[in-house]
Design a protein around this ligand. Structure first.
Ligand SMILES: Nc1ncnc2c1ncn2[C@@H]1O[C@H](COP(=O)(O)OP(=O)(O)OP(=O)(O)O)[C@@H](O)[C@H]1O
Length: 620
């Protein structure tokens, strides 16, 4: 039996799991991701490289030009006798050269910033497209244990962070590194010894920053995790707002959110504290470099004051120029931590494996142009992959004859809906096959070509954000508006729609809030009339409706069922009186009885018990 953990043990377990995940996924995710997307946008990437090199070079020449300017001015004043590093130019010429470099620097900075901004946005959009593509491709079991809010945070906020940072990080890093390298080269042409001293000091600073990187990244990961958890919970509660309203739990929920945000706030506090301490130490260190170097230069060249006087201005400018890139690099590291955390979480989705191949990508599946023939559930054993130890359907073997109607009944949890999930290929059988068109395994087909012929009506109708046309055409995109109107007339929805001011252009709420249960179901029926599927699955299609509406809807469904292979899953036996065959399932037993309604209601067994239990009798 699974051990029940107390809250401390639970949070310790969560921490260990998140650390493992962090260690596993954290390595190189950002670089890997960015590299992949930069290659995809290679011309922009090349543009960034070129413009950044020009920015860095045109910036780094400044100390050298200042040195030349000093020499030219001194020469003009007559105090420079001879100096082999002097280019021999007039000071005005040196100024023109500097202006030229400034113009070049401005133009290349503009280009690099513009391209980087555009590339970052492009990467954000590419990532979102890839994630949403992945999310719709992932099989149903992925969603069993995920909160929609958590997924949304990853899709929206993590991609945004990554997009922003990919716009900033490569450009800033490259500009800073190249400026640093060129400044060092420039400094080396002025004085080699001091250049080495400066390099030594910078290495010291970077190493201390490197030490703080991993713990900080972990704090950031925990922060993102807590905001994801909070977002997940907010969206979950908004989705179940009816329950909150009906239970009067507004106060409880508000307090719960305050508690959840406390965890987020605490994690943020820890991160900010560590970041502030680290930045303060580094800031102090970097700003001390200039003074340290001047002291070292003064000590080294105390016997050559003229030389010291000549190099000091360039030295001060060179070090000043290096501080900028170094500070930029430090900011990049902080941004990198955020981006790496976001990348880790995005990779968690992108690297998620689908359990089976629906042939959407490889296009190698069999295209189903037409459904004809029987559907055979052949020697099926089924366990949900989420709970592989529990057999839901043992030895299930049954054939659905073309054009006939079937109903699956049985007590709750017997596996009735599981049959429809197998038929829709939400899951593959653990053993055995679902064969269509007499002998084609569902595993071998290009799934959407088959689903084009399957209609699915469930208890909670799915209404999309959009108008009536959008909603009804979701079953057949190429249909015309007239086809939609015809389908709605058949589903007896036309008059209601026409009574709305916007008619068919009325936008339905995100989850169909504007419609009653019966109206929503009629809309789905209109969708089915338009789709005209060969196989129709009615999964408790009327069980959320009251008796009168149920009868009306059932009438429409009966009409819809004509000429199709139909599978009804029903609790209320009144809705399945007319089907050709009823299959009774027992929990973890598979089929326990088969027959017509009239046969089964008089034969001792499961069905008769259900019938006698009254849930049917009252209905009939
Ligand atoms: N995604 C899942 N992961 C693990 N187990 C599941 C999953 N979905 C359903 N089950 C389990 O499979 C069993 C059969 O579920 P199914 O929904 O097919 O039953 P049902 O006969 O349709 O029940 P009901 O009449 O209550 O809708 C149940 O015990 C259920 O808990």
């Amino acid at each position: 039996m699974e051990k029940i953990l107390n809250p401390q043990e639970e949070s310790a377990r969560e921490f260990v799991e998140s650390s493992k995940k962090f260690k596993k996924a954290g390595k190189g995710s950002f670089y890997k991701l960015v590299f992949r997307y930069m290659i995809r946008n290679k011309w922009w990437t090349i543009g960034i490289f070129v413009s950044v090199i020009i920015v860095a070079m045109s910036t780094a020449v400044t100390p050298k030009i200042i040195e030349q300017l000093m020499m030219s001015v001194k020469h003009e004043l007559g105090s420079l006798e001879s100096f082999d590093k002097w280019w021999g130019l007039k000071w005005q010429s040196v100024v023109y050269i500097q202006i030229g470099f400034l113009v070049l620097m401005a133009a290349s900075t503009y280009c690099s910033q513009w391209i980087a901004g555009m590339l970052g946005k492009q990467i954000e959009v590419d990532l979102r497209n890839d994630i949403t593509k992945k999310l719709v491709e992932l099989d149903m079991s992925y969603y069993s244990d995920k909160k929609i809010g958590e997924i949304l945070t990853k899709v929206i906020s993590d991609t945004q962070i990554l997009g922003e940072q990919t716009g900033i990080i490569p450009v800033t890093t490259l500009t800073a590194l190249l400026t640093l390298v060129f400044s060092i080269i420039s400094l080396a042409t002025i004085d080699v010894t001091l250049t080495f001293v400066a390099i030594g000091l910078f290495v010291l600073i970077f190493s201390s920053f490197g030490l703080a990187y991993v713990p900080l990244k972990k704090l950031l990961y925990n922060l993102r995790k807590s905001i994801t958890k909070t977002n997940g919970s907010v969206i979950d509660r908004i989705n179940t707002v009816k329950l909150i309203k009906a239970s009067g739990t507004e106060k409880y929920e508000s307090e719960r959110f305050v508690e959840m945000h406390k965890e987020y706030h605490d994690n943020y506090k820890k991160l900010t504290y560590s970041q502030s301490v680290m930045m303060t130490i580094l800031f102090l260190g970097i700003n001390s470099i200039q003074i340290i170097l001047i002291v070292i230069a003064a000590t080294l060249y105390k016997d050559s004051p003229e030389y010291l006087e000549l190099i000091l201005p360039s030295l001060i400018i060179a070090i000043g120029m290096m501080i900028g890139p170094i500070m930029a690099l430090l900011r990049v590291v902080v941004g990198l931590m955020q981006a790496a955390t976001a990348a880790t979480r995005i990779e968690e989705i992108l690297e998620e494996k689908t359990r089976f191949n629906n042939h959407f990508e490889d296009k190698q599946g069999i295209h189903i142009e037409k459904i004809s023939g029987d559907i055979h559930f052949k020697d099926i054993t089924f366990c949900y992959p989420e709970k592989p130890d529990k057999v839901i359907l043992p030895n299930f073997d049954f054939t659905l004859k073309e054009g006939k109607s079937y109903a699956f009944v049985g007590e709750t949890g017997a596996g009735k809906s599981t049959i429809s999930k197998l038929l829709l290929r939400f899951y593959d059988p653990t053993r055995g096959q679902v064969l269509i068109n007499n002998d084609i395994d569902l595993r071998d087909i290009y799934l959407s070509s088959y689903l084009n012929h399957v209609g699915y009506v469930e208890q909670e109708p799915s209404i999309l954000l959009g108008n009536i046309y959008d909603n009804v055409k979701y079953s057949r995109f190429e249909a015309t508006d007239e086809d939609v109107v015809k389908a709605c007339k058949k589903a007896e929805l036309h008059e209601l729609i026409m009574s709305w001011p916007e008619g068919y252009n009325t936008i339905l709420g995100e989850r169909g809030f504007m419609l009653s249960g019966g109206q929503k179901q009629r809309l789905v029926i209109a969708r089915m009339f338009l789709k005209d599927p060969k196989i129709l699955i009615l999964d408790e299609a009327t069980s959320a409706l009251d008796n009168i509406v149920e009868k009306e809807i059932q009438g429409k469904l009966d009409e819809l069922m004509k000429g199709r292979t139909t599978i009804s899953i029903a609790h209320r036996l009144s809705t399945i009186k007319n089907v050709d065959q009823i299959i009774v399932l027992g929990p973890q037993k598979g089929i326990v009885q088969i027959g017509t309604f009239e046969e089964l209601k008089t034969t001792p067994g499961h069905f008769k018990k259900l019938y006698d239990a009254g849930q049917s009798k009252n209905d009939l």
